[in-house]
Design a protein around this ligand. Structure first.
Ligand code: ADP
Ligand code: MG
Length: 472
């Protein structure tokens, strides 16, 4: 019996192999291969070779199509000359079919579960802040353009025009908030989309861990299956060549498949230092938008919006005090608001207005420090507005708009930093006479060129300073 079994298995396998090679084309051989999975059992009893199938229809069909050619192959493979081949519905075949279906179902459930898990872990490579939604984002002139593009991206991630979407600006101005708002919107409207929020620092750490445990392939796989990648604070990848190389591949892979990439950064793409040129070029292919410090009105609106779920009645004067004294960071404003809330909770009935100075002393001092601008900060802001490079500013090139940009930088440095003309001149590789002349020239033009005035006011606000400071 034992030997017969072994022989039987061999003969069948060889017969199938022979049959396949006897086919005229690979296509026909493949066609046969597909039917093979329906041949559930086979058995040689005496000279009767029976192939078990699931139903009568299959038995009939296979008997007419394969019984004879398979008999020939079986004989060639060593079966008795007088062997007879029949397809039949047998009890064993029916059982085998049921078992096969059960396994298929189980497998499907497992792979579905695996897909859900990987999506879930992916959605939250880093957790989202549930407050960072579009509804909770207050719009104003400093961020309305960024907001508009963000909502367009959220409605149609992976569109052609806004990909990548690069949001840049100072710290605490709402970049992360806006970026996560896109993520929230996409996850809510299309749960099948996999959304990944990650800071470039964490991306770097994950990459390093993957190197040390040789888990690079799974690291890559995970980033390959994202529909929306939100990479926060991309500047931290500067001067880290290896991770940039890795990110470059991830980036290109996602872009090729029309996936959406959103990045935030403290500077515009072309000002990124320590980045490969090919990455910078790619970052510039979509749209880059600057978020600047909010205006007074927006600051008050943000404060009120943050306080709307708080049961305390915060007096108008408190909102105004914060908005007047803290301008360069919404995060710092929130800190001030929290101090006010803590104070009011601990001292019910007390008039907060009298205590504002003391309460917020540290924060406002910090603010003054922040406002101690360097000439370099001013030059950078002017470069961004006039679309010229820092090196251009130091060059001998006198063409427009570069010449104006250089004079604007000197004028702003004079008004906002209080540095001397020799120092200001030196910052753009010029002498003190040039600095003085440049400053005066802009001063005169301001009276007759309202557009220039507006531009300067905008730059001043973006640096967290008041336009009125330009007057005196
Ligand atoms: P960034 O990433 O630019 O450093 P964040 O997005 O972390 O800044 O914002 C800092 C804080 O300020 C967050 O709590 C955020 O909700 C809040 N914030 C910033 N801008 C706005 C805005 N326009 N409306 C409401 N909240 C804002
Ligand atoms: Mg941030």
């Amino acid at each position: 019996m034992q030997t017969e079994n072994v022989l039987r298995a061999d003969v069948w396998d060889i017969a199938i192999a022979l049959y396949k090679t006897s086919q005229a084309s690979a296509e026909e051989a493949n066609g046969f291969e597909r039917h093979l999975s329906s041949f559930l059992t086979h058995e040689l009893v005496g000279d009767q070779f029976t192939i078990g199938v699931e139903n009568e229809f299959a038995a009939e069909f296979y008997n007419s199509k394969f019984a004879e050619p398979l008999r020939v192959s079986l004989v060639k493979a060593g079966a008795p000359e007088n062997v007879k081949v029949r397809f039949e519905v047998t009890e064993d075949a029916v059982k085998a079919a049921a078992e096969k279906k059960r396994l298929e179902k189980e497998h499907l459930a497992q792979s579905e579960a695996a897909a859900t898990v990987s999506r879930a872990t992916f959605n939250s490579t880093m957790p989202f802040n549930k407050e960072y939604t579009f509804e909770n984002f207050v719009r104003g002139p400093s961020n309305s353009f960024a907001y508009a593009i963000a909502s367009a991206v959220a409605r149609e991630p992976g569109g052609h025009t806004n990909n990548p979407f690069f949001i840049w600006g100072g710290s605490g101005l709402g970049k992360t908030h806006l970026m996560q708002a896109i993520g929230h919107h996409v996850m809510m409207h299309d749960p099948s989309k996999s959304v990944c929020y990650i800071t470039s620092e964490t991306f770097l750490n994950e990459y390093i861990n993957a190197l040390s445990v040789k888990a690079m392939e799974s690291f890559r796989q995970r980033y390959r299956h994202i529909d929306l990648l939100l990479l926060d604070d991309v500047q931290f990848m500067g001067a880290k060549e290896q991770v940039q190389e890795e990110f470059f591949n991830t980036y290109d892979g996602l872009m090729t498949y029309g996936k959406q990439i959103v990045m935030t950064c403290d500077v515009p793409p072309k000002k990124l230092s320590g980045f490969e040129e090919r990455l910078i070029t790619r970052f510039q292919q979509g749209i880059a938008i600057n978020i600047t410090a909010p205006s007074y009105e927006t600051r008050v609106a943000i404060l009120k919006s943050k306080a709307r779920n708080i049961k305390l009645e915060i007096p108008e004067t408190a909102f105004k005090y914060i908005a007047e004294n803290i301008k360069s960071s919404v995060r710092a404003m929130e800190g001030a608001l929290n101090l006010v809330i803590q104070f009011m909770t601990a001292n019910p009935g007390m008039d907060i207005s009298q205590y504002m100075d003391n309460l917020l002393k540290e924060l406002t001092e910090e603010e003054v420090n922040i406002r101690r601008l360097s000439i370099e900060d001013i030059i950078k802001a002017v470069c961004a507005t006039y679309d010229v490079t820092y090196a251009d500013m130091l060059s001998r090139n006198k063409t427009q708009p570069l010449a104006t940009a250089r004079q604007v930088a000197m004028f702003l440095a004079c008004k906002l930093t209080g540095n001397s003309f020799p120092t200001i001149g030196a910052a753009v590789d010029r002498n003190h006479t040039t600095a003085m002349y440049g400053t005066r020239s802009i001063q005169k033009r301001l009276d007759v060129e309202p557009d220039l005035k507006k531009t300067l006011e905008k730059i001043t606000e973006s640096l967290g300073r008041k336009p009125s400071e330009l007057l005196d």
